[in-house]
Design a protein around this ligand. Sequence first.
Ligand SMILES: [Fe+2]
Length: 284
Amino acid sequence: MNIDSLNNQIELIKPFGLLITSNKAYQDISVLPINRLRQLTREHGLVILRYFQSGFANTQKLVAYSQQWGEIMMWPFGEVLDVQEQANPSDHILDNGHIPLHWDGMYRETVPEFQIFHCVLAPMVGQGGCTTFVNTEKLINELNDDTCTLWKNTVITYKTKQVTHYGGEVTSPLICLHPNGHKWVMRYNEPMRTIDEKYSEHHSLSFSGIAVGEQNHFKQNLNKLLYDPQYCYAHQWEAGDILMCDNFTLIHGRDAFFSQAPRHIQRVHIHSSPIYVNPHFCCP
Ligand SMILES: [Fe+2]
């Protein structure tokens, strides 16, 4: 069975990604072959399914579906993270502020290949809360040679305290080989914004391979390129959206949103086969 032969509308998103919209109202998600979805996610970085029936607000259904994608990466809280604002959050993820770009699993022994997101409740347009994705493969491919060499020689050490379900120290080149060994990708965790006073000390970065006097210019240029609309896509959620992301190639973050705006996203991580052991995680 081929997705393209089904009664769906398939559309390329700018600057990257694929939106598959069910033409027949609320077909069951099971009509979409998972092997093809996996292939499309690797090829396009993002695949978004809209107007499909999933029942994923029932966590058991989301887990059962995700298991068909591969081995689920387990966390202390289980298979599914409920990303929603909490009254007294232990971490910025569970607050309503901006989340800096990062890759998932960076502070764990293993790194998942895919994220599966399901939107239970979406903020209204204008309330913020878009999830941002950067296609680092595309960005690297379009860098000039000097910048590419500089980035390949830059190594960054990140440190964060374990306050919730992750933490430790990570040292990674800014540009790394993809686990498949066939393409270059970026691994980068953007610093917290200074206006985010509450979490400004959340994690620290130290750079090597770049002169101290050049670091400010380097960071400004990096930030400008990461948020360039040629490489960065901000997803405005609609309730019911299902989004698959290639965590090996993309990095992601979140725009701040109005406090108490409806926003509830479920997230599951899927391991590659074989499982990818994190080469950059130094210590918990
Ligand atoms: Fe994340």
